[in-house]
Design a protein around this ligand. Sequence first.
Ligand code: 5GP
Ligand code: ZN
Length: 116
Amino acid sequence: MTASDCSFCRIGARELAADIVHASDHVVAFRDINPQAPVHILLIPKDHIESAADIADEHGDLLADLIQAAAHLARAEGVHQTGWRLVTNVGSDAGQSVRHLHFHLLGGRAMGWPPG
Ligand code: 5GP
Ligand code: ZN
């Protein structure tokens, strides 16, 4: 897959519209088009990584940036006291539908565990 075929690469490059709520050198965060909670934001690396299964040693700083951005957004969205979830799906059993690494930041309602 090339960047031009990947919708999340195109959102990261600002070629495809999205409600972007945070951007840094390597990370972009935008609201999910089909939200599953009052706060549902996707955090992605700008560079194409297919899933968490493809994380390498060199991605350590990127992951730190991404998780710190999630915590920052949870605070900005007002769910830091009620709690929030950060989850990434890998492969079909987990329900990964977009083959570009993304973390779902979910909050604003009580969530069950384990996921169905
Ligand atoms: P997955 O099922 O791969 O873990 O999550 C993919 C998520 O991306 C879904 O929650 C879906 O609603 C969201 N999504 C898919 N395409 C787009 C898009 O073009 N824009 C936005 N904002 N969200 C998208
Ligand atoms: Zn991509």
